[in-house]
Design a protein around this ligand. Structure first.
Ligand code: HEM
Ligand SMILES: *[C@@H]1O[C@H](CO)[C@@H](O)[C@H](O)[C@H]1NC(C)=O
Ligand SMILES: *[C@@H]1O[C@H](CO)[C@@H](O)[C@H](O)[C@H]1NC(C)=O
Ligand SMILES: *[C@@H]1O[C@H](CO)[C@@H](O)[C@H](O)[C@H]1NC(C)=O
Ligand SMILES: *[C@@H]1O[C@H](CO)[C@@H](O)[C@H](O)[C@H]1NC(C)=O
Ligand SMILES: *[C@@H]1O[C@H](CO)[C@@H](O)[C@H](O)[C@H]1NC(C)=O
Ligand SMILES: *[C@@H]1O[C@H](CO)[C@@H](O)[C@H](O)[C@H]1NC(C)=O
Length: 454
C-alpha cells in the first residue's frame, strides 16, 4: 500500500500569474487526496501533493495571516533560535527565501516520477523552477519500513477521533484539529496564547514540517559496540540492547517497555500489541524505574504517555502525523568497516500538524532537547533524546538512563543525527488550490477534514 519511491521537489515561483493558472488547471485536479494520511500506520500514499512556504504564499500575493507565527518566520530562523542550530550544516538552498514550495511525488517506480517531473516542468515552463530536490525510497529487502539505523518506523501514529472507527490498542486518539487546520480541537496558538483564526480557504489544510536529517549510521553502530553495557550476552546483543534503549523500541519495532531484555519480532510485527503500552506497570515506580525504558528514549521523549498523563497533563495537543522516508544509499562495506560515513543518508522527515508550535517545534525544543523532560523524575537530569536531541553549541550532549546496569549513569554522546535543514510549509485544502491560491475566489468553504482527510 506504500509507494516505494518519493521525490521532494522544491521550487521557486517566478511568474505568479502564470503559476496560478497551472495550479488551478493542471495541479489541483491531480493532487491526491490526503485521505491516506489518516489511515496509515506506515507512510501515507500521496501520488502528488503540493505545499507552500510563507515566502511562497507571499510570492503568490497571499498576505493573510494563517495563524501560525512559527510558519511565518520560516524554519531557518526558528532552528537557529529554538534548536541552537547552525545553518552552516544546512543544504544551502534551505537558507534564505528561495524555497517557495514543495511538490511531493510518490510512485513505485523512479522512471514514473522522472516522467512526472518532466511533465510538470514542461507545463509550468518559466513560471517556476527547481531549487533543490531530494529523492527518497523505502529500503530494500527485509529493511523495508525501517529507517537507516535499522529500526522499524511508522508504528505509532495518532488516530483521528472524528475519522477512525476503531483505533489500535494503545493508539493515541486525538481531535482532528490537532492535525487539520480549522477542525475540532484547533484552538489556541501556544506561541502567543491567542485563539487561532484561520482564513476560510485555509480550513482543512495542515502545516508540514520538512527536515533533511542526516544519519551517521556506521558511527552509530560503532558507538553502540564501543559503549555496550556490561553483561553476559554477546557484544552484539549488548550493543543491540543499548540501541533499543536509545530508541525505545527494538529494530523489529517491539517496544522495550514490553520486551526489556531481548527483541521480540512477533511483538514488533503485531499491531494489536506493538503500541499497547504506557511505560507504567504494576508495582513500578514511574518516577524512578528505568529498567524497561530510559526516560530519555526517543519514543518516550516524543510521546511520554503515562509520564504526563499520570500528572494529569495530556500529551494529545502535542501530537504529529509523521510520514518520513529514508534517503541515500545503503551503508557500504567500506563505511561499515571504517565506522565513517562517506555517502550522505538519513531521513526525509515529514510531520503534519495544525500548529507548528505545538507539534514538530515543541517536540524538538521542549521535549527532545530538554534535559529535564519528562518532569518529576529521579534523577531529574534526563538528558537529551539520544536520537534527535541537540545540545547548544559547545555543550556536551548528555544522555542518562541508557545503561541498564546503572540507570543513574550519564553518557556524553556524539550527535548521530545532523540537521541539513528544511522548511515549514502549508499544505492547503484542494479547494484552495482550485480557488483562493489560484486567484479564483470561491464562496464555498471547505468542510474541515471532508475532502482531504476523510
Ligand atoms: C533521523 C531522525 C529520526 C529517526 C531515526 C527516528 C526514528 C524513530 C523510530 C525508529 C521510531 C519508532 C517507531 C514508531 O513508534 O513509529 C520513532 C518514533 C517517533 N518519532 Fe522519530 N525519528 C527521527 C526523527 C524524529 C523527529 C525529528 C521527531 C519530532 C520532533 C520524531 C518524532 C517521533 C514520534 C512522535 C514518534 C512516535 C512515538 C510514539 O508515539 O510512541 N522523530 N522515531
Ligand atoms: C547487567 O544487567 C544485565 C541485565 O540487564 C545482567 O544480565 C548483567 O549481568 C548485568 N551486568 C552487570 C555487570 O551487572
Ligand atoms: C493491552 O494492554 C492491556 C494492559 O496491559 C491488556 O489488558 C490488554 O489485554 C492488551 N491488549 C492486547 C490486544 O494485547
Ligand atoms: C517513587 O519514587 C519517588 C522518588 O524516590 C518517591 O518520592 C515516591 O514516594 C515513590 N513512589 C512510590 C509510589 O513508591
Ligand atoms: C489527577 O486527577 C485525578 C482526578 O481528578 C486526581 O485524583 C489526582 O490526584 C490527580 N493527580 C495529580 C498528580 O494531580
Ligand atoms: C523542560 O521541561 C521542564 C519540565 O519537564 C519544563 O518545566 C520546562 O518548561 C521545559 N523547558 C522548555 C524549554 O520547554
Ligand atoms: C552509577 O552511576 C553513577 C553516576 O555516574 C555513579 O555515581 C555510581 O557510582 C554508579 N553506580 C554503580 C553501581 O556503578
Amino acid at each position: 500500500m506504500q509507494k516505494h519511491n518519493q521525490l521532494f521537489y522544491f521550487f521557486t515561483i517566478h511568474d505568479a500569474a502564470r503559476f496560478k493558472r497551472h495550479l488551478a488547471w493542471d495541479i489541483a485536479p491531480v493532487v491526491a487526496s490526503v485521505a491516506q494520511l489518516s489511515q496509515v500506520h506506515r507512510q501515507p500514499l500521496v501520488a502528488l501533493n503540493i505545499a507552500f512556504s510563507h515566502a511562497g504564499l507571499l510570492a503568490l500575493g497571499v498576505t493573510e495571516d494563517l495563524g501560525d507565527s512559527v510558519f511565518a518566520g520560516g524554519q531557518a530562523a526558528d532552528a537557529v533560535q529554538s534548536f541552537n542550530e547552525d545553518t552552516a550544516s544546512w543544504v544551502p538552498q534551505f537558507v534564505g527565501d528561495a524555497v517557495h514550495g514543495v511538490i511531493l511525488l510518490a510512485s513505485d517506480a523512479t522512471h514514473l516520477i522522472d516522467r512526472q517531473v518532466f511533465h510538470l516542468e514542461a507545463t509550468f515552463g518559466a513560471s517556476m523552477s527547481k531549487v533543490y530536490s531530494l529523492p527518497a525510497a523505502i529500503r530494500p529487502g527485509d529493511q523495508a519500513g525501517h529507517e537507516m539505523f535499522g529500526f522499524l518506523d511508522g508504528i505509532s501514529q495518532p488516530a483521528i477521533q472524528q475519522l477512525h472507527k476503531t483505533p489500535l490498542p494503545g493508539q493515541n486518539v486525538i481531535d482532528a484539529g490537532v492535525i487539520i487546520t480549522g477542525a475540532t480541537g484547533d484552538v489556541v496558538d501556544t506561541k502567543d496564547n491567542v485563539p487561532v483564526i484561520r482564513p476560510g480557504w485555509a480550513v482543512g489544510g495542515s502545516f508540514l514540517a520538512f527536515r533533511q536529517l542526516k544519519q551517521l549510521v556506521p558511527e552509530f553502530n560503532q558507538y553502540l559496540l564501543q559503549n555496550a553495557p556490561a553483561g553476559d550476552g554477546s557484544l552484539q546483543a549488548r550493543a543491540d540492547l543499548m540501541g533499543a534503549r536509545m530508541v525505545g523500541r527494538w529494530k523489529s519495532g517491539a517496544p522495550v517497555d514490553l520486551a526489556p531484555a531481548a527483541d521480540d519480532p512477533e511483538l514488533g510485527a503485531d499491531p494489536q500489541r506493538n503500541n499497547n503500552f504506557t511505560y507504567e506497570h504494576e508495582g513500578f515506580n514511574l518516577s524512578t524505574d528505568q529498567s524497561h525504558c530510559p526516560f530519555s528514549a526517543h519514543t518516550r521523549k516524543t510521546r511520554p504517555r503515562a509520564d504526563l498523563t499520570s500528572l494529569n497533563i495530556s500529551d494529545k495537543p502535542n501530537s504529529i502525523m509523521r510520514s518520513g522516508i529514508p534517503y541515500g544509499q545503503e551503508v557500504t562495506p567500506e563505511e561499515e568497516a571504517s565506522g565513517t560515513t562517506i555517502h550522505e543518508r538519513g531521513l526525509a522527515f515529514v510531520a503534519y500538524q495544525s500548529q507548528l508550535a505545538k507539534g514538530f517545534q515543541f517536540l524538538q525544543q521542549s521535549w527532545a532537547n530538554n534535559e529535564t523532560f519528562p518532569p518529576k523524575k529521579t534523577p531529574a537530569e534526563i538528558g537529551f533524546d539520544p536520537i534527535i536531541g541537540q545540545a547548544a553549541d559547545g555543550k556536551a550532549r548528555l544522555v542518562a538512563g541508557v545503561d541498564p546496569n546503572n540507570t543513574s549513569a550519564t553518557l556524553s554522546m556524539p550527535q548521530f543525527v545532523i540537521s541539513r535543514g528544511g522548511e515549514y510549509f502549508f499544505s492547503p485544502p484542494i479547494s484552495a488550490l482550485r480557488g483562493h491560491l489560484s486567484g479564483v475566489d470561491q464562496v464555498v468553504h471547505e468542510h474541515p477534514g471532508r475532502h482531504r482527510f476523510h
